[in-house]
Design a protein around this ligand. Structure first.
Ligand code: PHE
Length: 458
């Protein structure tokens, strides 16, 4: 059973001294579970990816499709992961054994691998954000933001900041569910909300902000109708990424649930809070982009690192605002990174009896090494991102959806109803939505990504 002890002679000392296999942790409180999940959902996806995707795909029209996608695809899918995790009571890969479907372990394995992969460059971007907190204090990005971004986004310093980001991530995960993740996210998530709402209020006072709101909030339906074939998959992909689906995070987090909670409510609250924070981030970013003269479309991945600093040089209290802004982004990124690392750590801890602290350090080191190319050359980062988010993630979600919808099926309905008195009617509706609209939308996303990545003409 304890595979770790068998290979112990080949491992660093102490790696197999776990007690968690016999004494598995749970969340201390329901709100702890919800905040940790929100912390995972709210991340670079909301503040970095969401605004530039919105800009790239037509502003408010994208926002509209995204909101629908969260509701009809994201929420049912997140419930699917919760059901697997809570019913199995064990981390991602072994969950499929616990559910008596060992053939489906591959689904968990794909998720764990995808998360590991994604964390490697997610942490590089997190490192940039660390760097920008410091740069806000000194104002060093103000003079020429574009050149500054190029100079810090790749190279030895980017590697060092990537290392610092991983170090903090490891530091939290090493302390476990209650003492690490739950404690940290209980402070992190409310701080993000508070500070972000403050910045949105500040952005409201900027002259020239209206153009930003206009762009972000009034949909151009004609544009949407003529571009739906690019807008819709992008919005679905963003909804899946933003809710932390695919990489087994929600399976893992739900496996630490102790009581019978109403999963419908938990899933709804998590999706709602995540969307609220994403929109609030838009209400900060778009007015600032408007102040520096619009150009939303060209913003791209460098948007918040170039356009925002450009705007900061023109607004009152610029560097102080920059400091708070990048602080928020850093906290949001960290609370997501810990969930990605936890998925892999809990797998080794639960299934092989590895000791948590040492395992966190070891895996953190491996993720760090895997991220070095991305920190050295931005083209690598984009490649890792394309594979992770456009391919591994939707593929893992697709397999999860098939598993929940057709393999678990009635068991899944029974599980989702547990602790959800009064919501009985929703169970079958949920299963139906998984088998139809969720399945089709995710299948479409996977197909399009494959076409795009292989360059096949559509
Ligand atoms: N949801 C996170 C974000 O928006 C990213 C993430 C995806 C985290 C998948 C975990 C799993 O930044």
């Amino acid at each position: 059973k304890r595979a770790c002890s068998r290979i112990a002679p080949f491992l660093p000392p102490g790696l197999c001294d776990s007690t968690e296999m016999t004494d598995r942790e749970t969340w201390a409180t329901r709100i702890g579970f919800i905040l940790a999940s929100v912390g995972s959902a709210v991340g670079l996806g909301n503040i970095w990816r969401f605004p530039y995707q919105t800009a790239e795909f037509g502003g408010a029209a994208f926002l509209l499709v995204y909101l629908v996608a969260v509701l009809v695809i994201g929420v049912p899918a997140i419930l699917g992961e919760f059901v697997i995790g809570r019913r199995a009571d064990i981390s991602a890969i072994s969950a499929f054994d616990a559910l008596d479907r060992p053939g489906w372990r591959i689904v968990g394995a794909l998720g764990v691998f995808g998360g590991f992969w994604t964390l490697s460059y997610y942490s590089v971007v997190g490192g940039w954000v660390f760097r920008y907190i410091g740069a806000s204090a000194t104002g060093s990005y103000l003079e020429s933001p574009g050149a500054y971004f190029i100079s810090v986004s790749a190279g030895p310093e980017a590697v060092a900041f990537h290392g610092a980001f991983m170090l903090v991530t490891v530091g939290i995960v090493a302390f476990g569910i209650r003492g690490g993740i739950e404690k940290a996210t209980k402070v992190m998530v409310p701080s993000i909300v508070l500070l972000l709402v403050g910045l949105a209020a500040y952005a409201f006072t900027l002259s020239g902000a209206e153009a930003g709101y206009q762009y972000f909030l009034s949909p151009d339906i004609d544009l949407l109708l003529s571009n739906y074939q690019t807008v819709v998959p992008a919005a679905v992909g963003q909804a899946l990424f933003s809710l932390s689906l695919g990489f087994a995070v929600m399976i893992t987090y739900a496996s630490y649930i102790d009581d019978d909670e109403n999963l419908f409510i938990d899933g709804g609250v998590i999706a709602l809070t995540n969307t609220f924070i994403g929109i609030t981030a838009g209400l900060v970013v778009f007015p600032l982009l408007a102040v520096q003269g619009g150009g939303y479309g060209e913003a791209g991945p460098g948007a918040i690192f170039v356009s925002i600093p450009t705007a900061l040089s023109e607004v009152p209290f610029g560097t102080a605002v920059g400091f708070v802004f990048f602080l928020i982004v850093a906290v949001a990124a960290l609370s997501s990174a810990i969930s990605l690392l936890e998925v892999v750590v809990s797998y080794l801890v639960d299934s092989y009896g590895f000791e948590r602290r040492r395992t966190s350090v070891l895996l953190g080191g491996i993720v760090f090494a895997l991220g070095v190319p991305s920190a050295t050359e931005t083209a690598w980062l984009e490649w890792f991102d394309a594979i992770g988010v456009n391919l591994l993630l939707p593929l893992a979600v697709l397999l999860t959806v098939v598993f929940v919808g057709w393999v678990l099926a009635d068991d899944a309905v029974e599980e989702v109803r547990r602790g959800a008195d009064g919501f009985d009617a929703l169970g079958p509706i949920w299963l139906w939505s998984i088998r139809s609209i969720v399945f089709l939308a995710v299948l479409g996303t996977v197909a399009l990504s494959v076409f795009e990545l292989t360059g096949a003409p559509l």
